[in-house]
Design a protein around this ligand. Sequence first.
Ligand code: ADP
Ligand code: GLC
Length: 484
Amino acid sequence: MKILFASSEVYPLIKTGGLADVSGSLPRAIRNLRHDIRVVLPAYRGVAARAGKTKVLASLGLEGAPGEIRILQGRLPGTNVPLYLVDCPPLFDRDGGPYSAPEGGDWPDNALRFALFARAVCSLALDRAGLDWTPELLHANDWQTGLVPALLSLQARRPATLFTIHNLAYQGQFPATTLDELKLPPDWWSLDGLEFYDQLSFIKGGLVFADWISTVSPTYAREIQTPEYGCGLEGLLSARADRLSGILNGIDYRDWSPCNDPHLARPYSVRSQGGKADNKRALQEDFDLPPRDVPLLGHVGRLVEQKGIDLLLDILPELLARDLQLVILGSGHAELEQALLDLQSAHPRQVGVRIGYSEPLAHRLEAGADLFLMPSRFEPCGLNQLYSLRYGTVPIVRRTGGLADSVVDASPEHLADGSATGFQFDAAEAPDLLAAIERALALYDRPEAWRRLMTRGMQQDFSWTRSAHRYLELYQQLVAARQG
Ligand code: ADP
Ligand code: GLC
């Protein structure tokens, strides 16, 4: 099967979060199942250089483009997956993040940037970029590619389309005048089109026009049909419930396995767990904490409301009254960053905080911590709990989205039948989080039971193999429906 996979971030070329991890590893897994999947990404600053050897494949004149757009062809590093880069220097070759400026805040021309990206993807999908290759299916991801299914729906001959929601909270909303400015069809300005509370919504392009919608866990697929999680789109999603499903993300064990992770102080594995203690000491050193044998709790992530770090801040006075340590790596909202730094200054022997983004330190934290905290208000899938399981770092998670689908709570029944892998709590409330941490600390004091819990987690298989088969089944079903 021929599949074009469009994403606005792909590890190891450019990453702000889990979307990059998925876009870097799912295509490789599909390729390993012997299907012709190819990835398309904007050529942000430095991306072409990181991709290695590239060649110019085509030049396109696209509606609204500031000059010609070039399509560069290369390979996704470390794989056989062909990669196309949409090269438009005035829009993509700048310092800063893929969505925001170096000083923070979204790029003011994001609508134009991702509309042009979508138009370039459509040219590739319709074999109008000189490739002599026509995909049977176009797989779009998140709002940045939302216009792709919408634009393709205007074509009589087009590939089947799948739109995957990685995070419904980010919708790509722009002022009403944007529809005109981008020269999009005027009849899209309706509730059945791209209008959303008098704004133009890019994500609705995917939700309304794709042949199928998927999201990254079965639980999140159900949750987003309710007002609590639907971000105002629950009505539309319920109306399309017969074309909406959830497939849990996998992870790439080439990058995330403690037995061959180059970032660790010492390798370890499920059969030989001794090295984990050395990684704990190394992590305490990384964060300037005394090398004490006390429970070490950790967190890595974007410091945004979604991740529930404020719940953690609420319980810290009580938590820090106990003999334990906490390490956090993240960046995001300035107030959360400051609150964490203040905490570190107040408790330098117990709390270590690094504000910023560091792939090596994220790996070292996964390896060195005893417990990993994910008190997310919502979590479409979540990858860090999957990494934690692999690294024998017991996750404490809120029972939502992919966290609910990947962690088995250490209830008395699950401890008795040996299926427990972590701790879950229900309400997004500070006392509930505290109660879950207390349960975890109580079990930590029972070394034999703790070892069983860790070992069970490390033995879980969240490799892409199973999920890649699910995507393939879905791809095949959509292509058959389109061609039939
Ligand atoms: P989300 O996509 O919502 O941010 P995920 O759990 O799916 O959450 O994925 C987050 C990814 O980003 C993980 O690979 C995680 O290790 C990484 N990450 C997040 N923040 C940082 C950081 N400050 N430094 C290094 N890696 C980070
Ligand atoms: C999103 C979600 C996260 C998910 C990731 C990859 O950013 O917040 O839960 O794991 O996408 O699908």
